[in-house]
Write a protein of this length. Structure first.
Length: 1074
């Protein structure tokens, strides 16, 4: 599910130069996304998809006429209906009413006007967001102020909500218009980057450019802006890498080289051309030349304070103090990409008070030799320490210039001695660099050690690594803090640092500082720093789960949340994908292949299921998984058969990098593997089969969704269950229309109907809608075997009976038998609903006979219970039979039927059936005025109803239980009755006997006036169907409350007419009080 963090800003236009929003009653039209129309009163309903398409076409050209023929061509392509013009006129007429609701039928439309040869949207251009957007882009391009341009463009880009004009489908015209609008949007993005570059905001350009290139990888202007932003941010190597990516993409995909401008920019970056650091439009500002810095991995808020790393920063402060005191230290900082190594190293350099030099390793097959050390030396020299550096290296000559030739002119030193022996020359160079830097540290302030930083050391060349190890050995009595950052999981076995790491870690001066993900508190603090606001705890939990607390990943997800105000579960920010891809690219091919398959299984990976899917040798698989665990892509769990992706973003990137058809095939194989291993839940199977739909038939997926819906229903996740069944229904509707589709649809609809009857009420509108849709299906399937359609036959007939349509209920119930079926289940359905119809007509004797006939027709074997609620039609026969027998005074038969129903329910083992039978037992006990038995049965009903979320049953049981409580001496029962009645609302009209219990409870508490009012209201409103059996008791209670003997005699007369034994006895007893 998507996570919401902030309210979406108002969609009215803001900013300079392209309108300040709707004024007065001017309509606003938004087509940069799904069509939206708004007037002064709020959103306007634009009707059907065809109507919306007409309006969208007109809104594309406000003030211009679009011909009727053009509209017809776009609405119906090559197959317009015979009455296309009439249909178009109807759409226009309805749109006019929607757009001008106050206009009378006689007045002409002022908004959607007729203009030969078609129609025109007669509104100013600024009333349409696309027109305002185009004007804003033009204004920004023509202006000379980058501040104003940025404000205008950012406001304009907020007008884009999603892909424009979805109403127009995929026609040639729609594609052309979308292409035009997207091109204009890309221009706006590029102009915004130009403004940001002019204002010195390079970091934002990097982020925005990467995002745009993911969608438009051939935009050379965006590549150029990215390169320039990286270079100005001190990331020359990354700028060159960006050019390499651009060139590779153009050659591989289009077979062309980059254009001259991009090629020239690469040359300018290589030679560090001075003009690259100038800001094209902003006022010139004097600044030092860019120095190499550790590559930025967002992990701190904008004010530079590092988040969630208090313990690590205490270690940094301690090491700085120790180095200042003459005890040099080696700090080895390790962690995965984005974990915050570079951020910590930047904070280290910020806290240093003496000379600082920083250098970074460069990814590549042949990284430049000594590059990090050259960067360190150049950085120290350009920070204002040329004289000190020259003095430190005076005994050795200009050794720094050997590493960085530009220092030959910078440092006033003679050239270093050239030696014929290469080994000796190399040794002299290494030792001289170490000694010179140690001399520099010794000559500085005793409170300020020399700080040297080597980041991304996993990419170091061999000579740089040798120099690093030599320096580590010289640290102990120096005033130097040497900090090294590296990615341990990406350290290739043959990497120079891999061979030296053991020696470095064993050095007495070394301190290892592995960085791990932030905890929830750290993520919350980081989120607050990025968003400027408190982020809900559930969002923080989501961020921790998806990112493992990796600060870079957290920040990237937060940027999406802030920009889009929602985060879809499968969304992976572009920069995160780049980081993960680079990490995965370092792994062997087979490891990547297995990780890709594992990504289909989910965040948690069952090893037995994975083995079934990949079908490779077991030992080879385990070796491959070991590599994935060692590399940090997967992590072990307490379960030896279960691995887990270190971050869900890693899994999602590996998943999304596979084509949709490959993913679908893998999901299908995963589903089969889950079945074969016996490790599947219904939800797991449904998840995989749903994703495999492109390579499977809907009929392969629908049963799994139905089973998963049942699982969800059992967990009381009713909304989820309903959504799954509706999704399955949508799949079935996409299949060809035939008997198979009808049968599948009928099965799904009866599941939906039964579920909503149990949770929302027997006659709820959603239930009515399902049974209405079932009627034509039952007609078309009437030739099928009875058992195939029995759940639908039973459900439909019961629904019609309860709704008062008893004749229709009986007709449907008898349809199978009427069609010649001799199946005993057909007789059961018919007799039960015949009995229910007789009961609704208040004919107890006939109802009892029908129920007895139904029970006599019971087949010997058990019937598979009905779907979702595990409904058992046998219980559906015993329960009403118990009611009928009880009303007639045959208490033995009633008890016998209830026992049989309980036994059936116990055999099925479903809580719903237990509740259903307990509810009938409570009604039977209450009819006998047995308060103790009623209390027991009603409490059982209520407890199960509350656990299962069966709201109507909660209210029904609440009334019966409240009555029993009052009759047992607890006056609080009346409040329970009132609360239950309030929840039931008008539904109480179907339950006359419950109204009679309410009136009786009032009378028992001495509230005669209230008792008379309750009974009188029930009698006045009428007692439909079986509620009529409550009439004698309602008249009796009202008679006792009012002291009206004639009314009591009427109650006795009516009870005898109905042959309602218990009511007769109660009425006779009432008459003895006079």
């Amino acid at each position: 599910m998507a996570v919401q963090v902030l309210n979406r800003p108002g969609s009215r236009p803001v900013g300079s130069g392209f309108g300040a929003g709707a004024k007065g009653d001017i309509l606003q039209f938004r087509i940069l996304g799904p069509l939206e129309v708004e007037n002064a009163d709020g959103p306007v309903d634009t009707g059907t998809p065809k109507q919306r398409a007409v309006l969208a076409m007109l809104a594309l050209q406000p003030g211009r006429t679009v011909s009727v023929q053009r509209l017809i061509d776009e609405l119906w392509a090559d197959e317009p209906p015979e009455r296309a013009i009439a249909s178009l006129q109807a759409y226009v007429s309805r749109l006019r009413r929607a757009l001008e609701p106050g206009r009378s039928a006689r007045d002409k439309s002022n908004v959607l006007v007729s203009r030969a040869p078609g129609y025109q949207l007669n509104v100013p251009a600024e009333a349409v967001d696309a027109a305002r957007f185009a004007a804003a882009v033009e204004e920004a391009r023509e202006g000379g102020d980058p501040h104003a341009a940025l404000r205008t463009l950012e406001a304009a880009l907020k007008l884009w909500r999603s892909d424009p004009l979805p109403e127009l489908g995929d026609s040639h015209f729609a594609r052309a218009e979308r292409g035009r609008l997207h091109e204009l949007r890309l221009t706006a993005v590029e102009e915004r980057s130009e403004a940001l570059l002019a204002l010195g905001r390079e970091a934002e350009v990097v982020y925005l450019s990467e995002a745009e290139l993911a969608e438009a990888p051939y935009r050379e202007r965006v590549w150029a802006q990215l390169m320039l932003a990286l270079y100005r941010g001190g990331r020359q190597a990354d700028a060159l890498a960006a050019y390499a990516r651009a060139r590779a993409g153009l050659i591989d995909e289009l077979g062309i080289e980059p254009g001259p401008a991009l090629q020239q920019l690469e040359q300018d970056v290589l030679r560090q051309a001075p003009h690259l650091t100038a800001q094209a439009k902003a006022p010139a500002v004097t600044a030092p030349a860019p120095q190499p810095q550790p590559q930025q991995e967002p992990g701190e808020p904008d004010d530079g304070g590092l988040v969630g790393r208090d313990a690590e920063l205490r270690t940094v402060d301690r090491l700085l103090a120790e180095a200042a005191g003459g005890r040099g230290r080696l700090l080895l900082v390790s962690g995965s990409p984005g974990i915050g190594k570079s951020a910590l190293l930047r904070e280290l350099t910020a806290r240093a008070t003496g000379h600082v030099g920083t250098g970074t390793g460069v990814d590549g097959e042949a990284p430049p030799v000594f590059l990090p050390w050259a960067q360190i030396l150049r950085g120290i020299a350009e920070s204002g320490a040329k004289a000190e550096l020259a003095a430190a290296f005076a005994p050795y000559g200009n050794l720094p210039a050997v590493l960085d030739p530009t220092l030959s002119e910078t440092l006033p030193l003679p050239a270093a001695e050239r030696l014929a022996d290469p080994d000796l020359a190399r040794s002299r160079l290494y030792q001289g660099i170490v000694d010179g830097l140690c001399r520099l540290a010794a000559a500085g302030s005793r409170q300020a050690p020399l700080v040297l930083v080597v980041d991304d050391a996993h990419w170091l060349d061999a000579p740089s690594t040798v120099l690093l190890t030599m320096f580590a050995k010289a640290l102990r009595r120096s005033r130097v803090l040497l900090a090294v950052g590296y990615r341990e999981a990406e350290l290739a076995p043959d990497a120079p640092l891999a061979g030296a790491l053991g020696e470095l870690l064993a050095d007495a001066s070394a301190v290892r500082l592995p960085l791990h993900g932030l905890d929830a508190q750290g993520v919350a603090t980081l989120a607050r720093a990025v968003t400027g606001d408190e982020v809900p705890a559930e969002t923080v939990a989501m961020l921790v789960d998806r990112t493992g607390g990796n600060p870079f990943f957290v920040v990237e997800l937060l940027r999406v949340l802030v920009a889009e105000h929602t985060l879809e579960p499968e969304h992976v920010p572009v920069r995160v994908q780049e980081v993960v891809r680079r990490r995965l690219a370092k792994l062997p091919g087979q490891v990547n292949a297995v990780v890709a398959v594992a990504s289909v299984l989910g965040r948690d990976v069952s090893v037995p299921v994975l083995r079934e899917v990949v079908q490779i040798d077991e030992l080879a698989l385990f070796d491959t998984l070991d590599t994935a665990v060692v590399s940090g892509v997967l992590t072990a769990t307490d379960d030896p058969g279960l691995l887990r992706f270190s971050h869900d973003l890693v899994r999602q990137t590996a998943y999304l990098d596979q084509g949709p058809l490959r993913r679908a095939r893998l999901h299908a194989r995963a589903a089969q593997a889950l079945r074969d291993t016996g490790l599947a839940t219904a939800a797991d199977l449904a998840t995989h089969l749903r994703a495999a739909l492109p390579v499977l038939s809907p009929y392969d997926v629908v049963p799994a969704l139905a089973d998963a819906a049942r699982e969800a229903y059992d967990r009381t996740a009713h909304e989820q269950a309903s959504a799954m069944l509706e999704e399955a229904l949508g799949m079935v509707h996409r299949a060809p229309a035939n008997e198979k589709r009808d049968a599948a649809e009928l099965d799904l609809r009866i599941r939906l109907a039964y579920m909503h009857q149990a949770t929302d009420g027997y006659l709820a509108p959603v239930v009515t809608a399902q049974y209405a849709a079932m009627e034509p299906l039952l007609l078309r399937l009437r030739g099928r075997p009875v058992l195939d359609v029995l759940p639908a036959l039973w459900g439909y007939a019961s629904f019609q009976t309860a709704a008062g349509n008893t004749a229709r209920g009986v007709e449907v119930a008898r349809s199978a038998a009427a069609g010649g079926s001799t199946d005993p289940w057909a007789a059961l359905v018919a007799e039960v609903h015949e009995g229910a119809a007789a009961a609704s007509e208040l004919d107890l004797v006939r109802a009892n006979k029908c129920f007895d006939a139904a029970l006599a027709a019971l087949p010997a074997g058990d019937l598979p219970v009905f779907p979702i609620v595990n409904w058992d039609p046998v219980i559906g026969a015993f329960a009403p039979a118990a009611i009928a027998a009880n009303l007639l005074g045959d208490f033995d038969a009633a008890d016998r039927h209830l026992r049989a129903a309980r036994e059936r329910a116990a055999r099925v083992g479903d809580p719903f059936l237990d509740m259903y039978v307990a509810n009938y037992a409570a009604v039977v006990a209450a009819d006998r005025y047995d308060a103790a038995a009623t209390l027991e049965a009603a409490r059982a009903t209520l407890a199960t109803a509350e656990r299962g979320g069966h709201r109507e049953y909660q209210s029904l049981a609440g009334i019966v239980l409240g009555w029993a409580e009052v009759r047992s001496g607890d006056p609080a029962g009346l409040a329970r009755i009132d609360a239950a009645r309030e929840h039931l609302g008008d539904t109480i009209l179907r339950f006359g006997r419950l109204q009679a219990l309410h009136a009786d409870a009032c009378l028992a508490l001495g509230r005669a006036e209230e008792a008379a009012a309750v009974a009188g209201a029930a009698l006045e409103r009428g007692l439909p169907g079986q509620s009529g059996f409550a009439e004698p008791d309602l008249r009796r209670v009202r008679a006792l409350a009012l002291g009206d003997r004639a009314l009591a005699e009427e109650a006795l007369r009516r009870a005898r007419e109905l042959q309602y034994a218990a009511a007769v006895a109660r009425a006779e007893a009432a008459l003895t009080s006079w």
